[in-house]
Design a protein around this ligand. Sequence first.
Ligand code: SF4
Ligand code: SF3
Length: 554
Amino acid sequence: MFCVQCEQTTRNVKGVAGCSFNNGKCGKTGEVSDLQDMLVHLLQAVSTYAVAARKVGIVDAEIDAYVPQAFFSTLTNVNFDAERIIDFSRRAEGYRNQLKARYAAACAEQGITPETLPAAAHYQLPDAKVVMLSDALQFRFNLQKAEVGEDVIGLRLLSLYGLKGAAAYMEHARVLGQTDAEVAGKFHEIMAWLATNPTDVGQLFQCSMDIGQLNYRIMQMLDKGETDTFGHPEPTRVNTQPIKGQAILVSGHDYHDLELILQQTEGRGINVYTHGEMLPAHAYPAFKKYKHLVGNYGTAWQNQQSEFAAFPGSIVMTSNCIIDPKVGDYTARIFTRSIVGWPGVTHLADNDFTPVIEAALAQPGFTADAEPVYTTTGFARNALMGAAPAVIEQVKAGNIKHFFLIGGCDGIRDERSYYTEMAQAVPKDSLILTLACGKFRFNTLEFGDINGIPRLLDIGQCNDAYSAIQLALALADAFECGVNDLPLSLVLSWFEQKAIVILLTLLSLGIKDIRVGPTAPGFLTPNLVGILNQQFGLKLIGSVEEDLKDMLAA
Ligand code: SF4
Ligand code: SF3
């Protein structure tokens, strides 16, 4: 195996080695990793045919939806089940064959000579897993390192991993009814182009910016899907402590699944809790009507093995991030949905959550109410825009002097305490905006307010970076300056590919001087990090004191 896509990738004394041998740091086996490389190869073949097919008028919405969905299964901490990855590959091969035949027929009908597509687009999936695994060796993404150099490999991976993040958001948007044939066409073009193993550094760099721009459109679609379906989030206080009674915990990013679970548990005497990135659900009007949605339990993904073990009910993983449930011995009461998979864990392929309800009822539940501890969420686009005039007034009066966006993913490294320390160290006349799961390190601390405006404003999930961008644009408009001229500092934490694509989106919008940590992405060479620093002022986090001085002086 070779995998270097996430922040916890294997490092040695010489630097980043990437995960190799038999197991990744995340628990992904070498077998699953190689099969995922094969799946990506097949999905690129589908996209190659989808691009050709579009030129003769064939656009297939089902295939357009499938490719990003299956690609999503290869993100960090999403699917660890070899058999499911093989199933995704078989279906991909079926779609490729279908497109191939339809393309040939359309060319014949229109009197067009079919394009000669690269050999990779014709790959035949073998029957036996052992042959798949030996084939997969030729699909590793660092194979040509000696030939093309590590910067080219790094830029290819920046695009591939960024596109994985965009694919995940496409799937989240699709679940809420938001699809766009043009976006899908652009996605296929990039997939197909990356399959040609490009070597031009300028073109590769431009590709990563194109992915950033594409993802901006996708986040806009997702925002529309969420707000059209569930209403606009309103600032909402959420209890983070247990309530007496039987319980279901819903994790991941998929609000549609949460809604189904709430509908199917209504009147059953079961309390439903959000976990991790599901927290902002409490702020949507559509969810407020469910009285049995009682609170948020647990913190960020990396703590799930102890937190789920202690949860006396059943658990549903609607999307990333799952880690080994055997460690906490809760395999029998955790369930996966959609692209998520773990061998031996029950996967719910349809919308019937009866097994989850039965598993919850078989558990003791919480025996008493705990003393409530609250956090507040729901400062997404609409609420921020509503608050903007008051914020602008306070800025003009000199009471708010700086904005910090402390956003991104959490993870295991001790260095991540930087983000808590930063939130605590920023001057009292500044506002802190948060999004994604990194906030769980400090979102129950008391930050107070500035003349009624809370100093800590949680925007929502990682994809709600879209709302943060809208606020920045509105402030820039109000102060008649560019976003880079605002007293706004972005301090991001990354873990996996969704964070990579959000970073690409911010860079593609021309946003400069972003700080990112806890480490540089392992697939970027020091040379590439240097180029990003030169072009965008992108910096790695350092000490809280020095970074703060620098940000406030800017
Ligand atoms: Fe390693 Fe991360 Fe890849 Fe898992 S996802 S194998 S930890 S680089
Ligand atoms: Fe990322 Fe798993 Fe936290 Fe959506 S998805 S934020 S880590």
